[in-house]
Write a protein of this length. Structure first.
Length: 684
C-alpha cells in the first residue's frame, strides 16, 4: 500500500497549532492549548512511519534520502525565523537575556534546545514567556526521534512486522510509564525530553502499521459507516476536552496526555474519506491552515515573546490577539516563499541542501556561543543601562559561588565564620533567602568587631522530615546545624527562609500580576501521603517548622525568626533594565499590594503565632521594612532605579541592608513594646 494524501490530516494540523498559539497568548479558554504539541507528535509519528514503511517495502529506503526530506521540510523555515529574531534580540534584550538567547540559537542548531530549556527553567515559569525560541523544544524532540527511529526499523525489518509492532508497543508502554512517574516526581525533564515524549510519536507509528496491514478490516460489518463516524467524532471531542479543561496544573505528559493523543489516533484511524470529521477537517480553510501550520508554529512564539518583552506589564488581550493574527500572514509568506521552494529538488539539490544546512547551522552555533561567552554583549548598551541590569558583586555578592552556602545536593556543613575574629555567638540559619543577607550582615559585624556563623542551604527551611521530588538532605542539614549550635554554645540565632513557598503544591496562590510559579520541587512531610489534601500537607509542614524552631531553644537562647521577604510580580532587574533601555533609569518597578503578601502568608502567620508565646523567640517583620514605606504604598522592589531584588524574591545587597538593619535593631530591642506591636500587626 502506498501512502495516499489525506487532506484531513492537514486539517488536524490546524486543530493542533491554533490552540498552541492561543494558549501561549494567554487566552483562558485555551488553558490546555499546549496539548496541540502532543497532537503534532502523533501526526508526525504516523506520517514519518508511513513514509519509511513505503520505502522499506520497495527496498529503496535510504537514510541519506530520509534526512534530506527532513532537512528540506524543517530547516529552511526554522533558520529563516531564527535569522529574523537576531536583530530584534540584539536591540531589545538586556545582556543576560541576550546571553540566554545566544545559547538557544546554538541549541536549536544542534537540535538540543529541549535539553537547554529543561536545564534553564520550567515550561510554565514566568520567564518562559520571554524566550523567543522556547517552542523549538518540540522540534528537538522530533529530530532526536528521527535519528533513532529509522535506524530501529532498518535494524528490525528482517524480524517481520509482528516483532516490530511488539518492540514499538513495549517501547511505548515503557515511555508512558516513565512519563506518568515523572509528571509527578520530575515534571520539568519529563515535559521536555524524548524518553518521556517518545510514546506519543510511537502511537502514530502504530497507527501507520495498523492502517497499512488492516485498512479494510478496521470497521468491518454492517456498522462500518457509523463506526467510522463515531470514531472520528470521539477523537475530535477528546482533543477539544483537553484544550478547554487542562491547564498548567495538569500533571503532564502522563496518562492525562492520553486524552489528546488518543483523540488524534482516533481521527487518523476513523476520520477517513466521507465521514463528517474528514469533510470538516478536509475543507479548504483547515487544510490551508494546516499546510502553513509549521510556519505558524515557528512565528508565534517570537512574536509573543517580543510582545511580552516590550510591554513591561502583562500584555493586554487585544495586543496578544493582534500578534496571534499577525502570525498568519507571516506563516503564509514563509510557507509560500521559503518552505515550498526548498522542497523542489530541481531548484535545490541534495548536496546544496546539506551544504547550506551545515554552513548556516554552524553560523548560528558560532553566533550563539559568542553571545553567550560575551555575556550578552553589554557593551552595546549605554552605561546607565549596564549599571542597572549588571548587578555585579557589589549587588549580589558571591553567595552561589561561596562554599559556605550549600547547594541542594550537598550535605557537608562548612559552618563558615563571618565578620570579625571574635568568638561567634550568633548564627544565620536558613535557605537561599538567608544567604542573601550574608554580605550585609558581614559588613555590620565587621564594623562592630563581632562575628557570626553561616548555616545556609538551597531549598531547605529549618524543618525536619521535609521531603521533595528531589533529594535535598534537609534532615542532615537541620541535625548538623542543631549539633553545631550546641557545640559552639551560640546564644543568638537568626532564621530566615522563603517559608510559605514550601507550602504550595504547583503554583503561587494569590499570584501577583497574573504570575504563576511552578516550583522545581514538590514538598511534603515524611509520612504524609502525597495524595492527602493540600491543607493537611501544609499543616504538617507548618508543624514541622514550629517544632524544629522550638527544638533550638535551650532556655537561654534568643531566636529571631524573620518572616518571609515579599515576593514580587516581576524579575526586578530585568524590569528595571527594560525601563532603562527606554531612557528613564530612575523609574521604579510598581509595588506589589500589601494584601497580596498578607493573603499569601496567612497560614504561616497563624502557625508562627504559637512561637511568640515563648518570650525568647522574636518575629522580625519583613513587611514592615518593604511595605507601605513613605510615599510608596505596597511592597517596593526598587528605590530610585536601584534594584532591591536580584530576581523576583531574593534580595540584592541594597535590599538586604534594609532588612539587616531591622534584624539587628530587633536583636538589641528584644521584646520591647515596639516588637510586640509589630507581632500584633502581623497577626491581624
Amino acid at each position: 500500500m502506498t501512502t495516499n494524501y489525506r487532506p484531513e490530516i492537514d486539517g488536524l494540523r490546524a486543530v493542533a497549532v491554533l490552540p498552541v498559539i492561543l494558549f501561549h497568548a494567554g487566552f483562558s479558554w485555551f488553558s490546555g492549548g499546549f496539548v496541540g504539541v502532543d497532537v503534532f507528535f502523533v501526526i508526525s509519528g504516523y506520517l514519518i512511519t508511513s513514509i519509511i514503511l513505503d520505502d522499506l517495502n520497495k527496498g529503496s529506503f535510504s537514510l541519506a534520502q530520509f534526512y534530506e526530506r527532513r532537512a528540506r521540510r524543517i530547516l529552511p523555515a526554522l533558520f529563516f525565523v531564527m535569522a529574523v529574531c537576531i536583530p530584534f534580540a540584539w536591540i531589545w534584550l538586556i545582556p543576560r537575556d541576550l546571553r540566554d538567547f545566544g545559547e538557544s540559537l546554538a541549541a536549536v542548531a544542534t537540535f538540543s534546545s529541549n535539553i537547554l530549556f529543561w536545564l534553564e527553567s520550567g515550561y510554565f515559569a514566568t520567564e518562559a514567556s520571554l524566550k523567543p525560541l522556547l517552542h523549538t523544544w518540540s522540534l528537538a524532540v522530533e529530530e532526536q526521534y528521527y535519528i533513532l527511529f529509522p535506524i530501529l526499523l532498518m535494524t528490525c525489518w528482517r524480524l517481520g512486522t509482528r516483532w516490530i509492532v511488539w518492540i514499538i508497543t513495549i517501547g511505548l508502554l515503557a515511555s508512558l510509564a516513565t512519563a506518568q512517574w515523572g509528571a509527578y516526581n520530575k515534571p520539568s525533564p519529563t515535559f521536555y525530553l524524548l524518553p518521556t515524549r517518545g510514546w506519543e510519536l510511537l502511537i502514530g507509528a502504530l497507527a501507520a502499521f495498523y492502517l497499512r496491514h488492516r485498512p479494510l478490516h478496521l470497521f468491518a460489518g454492517t456498522t462500518q459507516y457509523w463506526s467510522r463516524e463515531l470514531t472520528g467524532l470521539a477523537g475530535l471531542v477528546l482533543i477539544i476536552i483537553a484544550i478547554v479543561s487542562f491547564d498548567d496544573r495538569t500533571p503532564f505528559p502522563g496518562v492525562f496526555a492520553l486524552v489528546p493523543t488518543v483523540g488524534a489516533l482516533l481521527i487518523i484511524l476513523g476520520a477517513q474519506t466521507g465521514t463528517v470529521v474528514a469533510r470538516l477537517l478536509g475543507s479548504r480553510v483547515p487544510v490551508t491552515m494546516g499546510l502553513m501550520s509549521y510556519s505558524a508554529y515557528l512565528w508565534h512564539q517570537p512574536l509573543l515573546a517580543f510582545g511580552h518583552y516590550q510591554s513591561l506589564h502583562e500584555p493586554s488581550a487585544p495586543l496578544m490577539g493582534l500578534l496571534c493574527a499577525f502570525t498568519l500572514p507571516l506563516a503564509w509568506l514563509t510557507w509560500r516563499h521559503v518552505e515550498t521552494p526548498f522542497r523542489d529538488r530541481r531548484r535545490f539539490s541534495r548536496r546544496l541542501i546539506f551544504t547550506s544546512a551545515a554552513i548556516v547551522g554552524s553560523t548560528f552555533i558560532s553566533a550563539g556561543l559568542t553571545l553567550s561567552m560575551l555575556d550578552g554583549v553589554p557593551q552595546r548598551l549605554p552605561a546607565k543601562v549596564i549599571q542597572t541590569v549588571g548587578l555585579g558583586p557589589e549587588y549580589v555578592g558571591q553567595r552561589d559561588a561561596d562554599r559556605c552556602h550549600l547547594q541542594r545536593e550537598q550535605s557537608a556543613l562548612p559552618g563558615c565564620l563571618k565578620g570579625g575574629q571574635s568568638r561567634p555567638t550568633v548564627a544565620l540559619i536558613g535557605d537561599s533567602h538567608a544567604a542573601s543577607l550574608v554580605d550585609e550582615l558581614t559588613r555590620e559585624f565587621e564594623r562592630r568587631g563581632e562575628s557570626f556563623v553561616q548555616y545556609t542551604k538551597n531549598g531547605c527551611p529549618f524543618a525536619r522530615q521535609l521531603e521533595s521530588s528531589e533529594p535535598l538532605n534537609c534532615d542532615q542539614f537541620v541535625d548538623a546545624v542543631t549539633r553545631e549550635v550546641e557545640k559552639k554554645n551560640l546564644d543568638t540565632l537568626i532564621l530566615l527562609a522563603q517559608w510559605s513557598s514550601y507550602l504550595f503544591e504547583n503554583d503561587f496562590e494569590n499570584g501577583i500580576g497574573g504570575k504563576s510559579i511552578r516550583p522545581d520541587y514538590y514538598f511534603t512531610i515524611r509520612g504524609t501521603p502525597q495524595s492527602a489534601d493540600i491543607g493537611i500537607r501544609r499543616r504538617a509542614i507548618l508543624e514541622a517548622y514550629v517544632n524544629a524552631i522550638k527544638g533550638l531553644q535551650n532556655g537561654r537562647r534568643k531566636i529571631f525568626v524573620v518572616l518571609p521577604v515579599p515576593e514580587q510580580a516581576w524579575d526586578v532587574p530585568r524590569y528595571l533594565g527594560r525601563i532603562a533601555m527606554r531612557g528613564d533609569p530612575q523609574v521604579d518597578v510598581p509595588a506589589t499590594p500589601l494584601a497580596v503578601y498578607t493573603d499569601r502568608h496567612t497560614e504561616l502567620m497563624q502557625a508562627f503565632r504559637r512561637l511568640v508565646e515563648d518570650p525568647s523567640i522574636v518575629l522580625v517583620d519583613s513587611a514592615a521594612v518593604f511595605c507601605n514605606t513613605p510615599n510608596r504604598p505596597g511592597c517596593i522592589s526598587s528605590i530610585a532605579g536601584t534594584a532591591l531584588y536580584y530576581d523576583d524574591n531574593h534580595l540584592t545587597n541594597p535590599g538586604a541592608a534594609m532588612l539587616v538593619s531591622e534584624i539587628l535593631s530587633q536583636t538589641e530591642l528584644h521584646r520591647t513594646d515596639r516588637q510586640a506591636r509589630r507581632v500584633v500587626h502581623l497577626q491581624q
